[in-house]
Design a binder for this molecule. Structure first.
Ligand code: HEC
Ligand code: HEC
Length: 281
């Protein structure tokens, strides 16, 4: 059993022995692709945990089953909507995504390596930033709202064609300073409850918190279709929700802080399969 990090945290977390660990189950997508939902922790985490685990392992039987079959996964409806958008010309250049990128399948392998340093722009880019860069500078179209419906649908499409591939973000070279900024945020205690991401997702995963089973807070499943709000949710929306729960001031979706945090959190899942769109509570 893991130790509690603070008295305040102890007040919101109650451990239930029966549930104290994730399930022992295997996610096989569409009876075809065996997903890696637990694996040895990446080297940079060697001091803190041995194994990294997908949030899928912390969900109930029915929720897990919904994600195993595309016909049962409500997130796939939004993927279909994005396929339409993919083929729709927009903006002053009269182009669609497909004009330059052919089929969405050509994007297989892209999701696992984002956020990623873009040489030309000299910045770490999230997938959302890259999509908007293409919209503005390749299509002459309006950028999409960072966590809006069109964008989250498109990132679901981009994730879906990489399902089963291992997350593999680079954390060294030109990405290193951003990664370190993200790591700093992950371990900084904030808010009235004085909790850091690590207080819950590193020190206490496996525990019950407000009737929910605490996972490692991985983002290999994003965007996630949440049963709670019946729509797709971006990683940044989830970060925001978690920070609000600690009663702290939060950052904006697409802010430099969340871009850095996303890179860091993604790197904590290096080796886990891309699952988006996943199903969560
Ligand atoms: C006029 C051509 C053009 C159009 C239209 C276009 N893109 Fe791109 N896209 C590019 C080019 C060129 C790159 C490489 C850019 C770079 O590396 O800076 C790129 C890169 C990308 C990448 C990153 C690929 C990687 O390997 O890192 C994604 C994701 C992407 N585009 C998505 C989209 C989406 C989604 C749309 C439609 C909303 C779109 N693009 C429309 C030309 C285009
Ligand atoms: C008070 C405890 C707490 C803190 C602090 C907290 N979270 Fe969470 N988080 C939760 C709970 C509860 C859930 C829902 C159950 C689960 O998946 O763990 C959750 C879910 C998540 C998920 C979704 C995981 C999935 O598989 O879909 C991510 C990602 C996440 N948190 C990231 C973060 C980050 C990043 C921070 C710090 C900015 C943070 N959380 C801080 C409690 C917390």
């Amino acid at each position: 059993m893991k130790k509690l990090t603070s008295a305040l945290l102890a007040s919101v977390i109650a451990s239930t022995p029966l549930w104290a660990d994730p399930v022992d189950d295997t996610l096989i997508l569409n009876e075809e692709i065996t997903m890696v939902t637990r694996t040895a922790a990446p080297a940079h985490m060697a001091d803190v945990v041995d194994e990294v685990m997908s949030g899928w392992l912390f969900r109930g039987t029915e929720t897990r089953a919904m994600q195993a079959d595309d016909f049962d996964n409500p997130g796939m409806i939004f993927v279909e909507q994005a396929e339409e958008a993919w083929n729709t010309a927009e903006g002053s250049e009269g182009k669609s995504c497909s004009s330059c990128h052919n089929d969405p399948a050509s994007m297989a392998g892209v999701r696992p390596v984002y956020p990623k340093f873009n040489e030309k722009a000299g910045e770490v880019r999230t997938l959302e930033m890259q999509v908007n860069d293409c919209r503005e500078n390749q299509m002459g179209a309006e950028p999409w709202k960072y966590s809006g419906g069109d964008m989250v649908n498109m990132t679901a499409l981009l994730a879906s064609v990489s399902r089963g591939m291992p997350v593999n973000v680079a954390i060294d070279g030109p990405a290193q300073s951003t990664w370190e900024a993200g790591k700093e945020l992950y371990y900084t205690r904030t808010g009235q409850l004085e909790l850091a991401c690590a207080s819950c997702h590193e020190a206490n995963y496996g525990m019950m918190i407000r009737a929910d089973h605490l996972s490692q807070g991985q983002i290999n499943g994003f965007p996630t279709y949440r049963l709670k709000n019946t729509k797709l949710n971006s990683a940044h929306s989830r970060f925001k929700g978690c920070i609000r729960d600690t009663r702290a001031e939060t950052f904006k979706e697409g802010s430099p802080e969340f871009i850095a945090l996303e890179l860091y959190v993604a790197s904590r899942g290096n080796g886990l399969s891309v699952e988006g769109p996943s199903i969560r509570n």
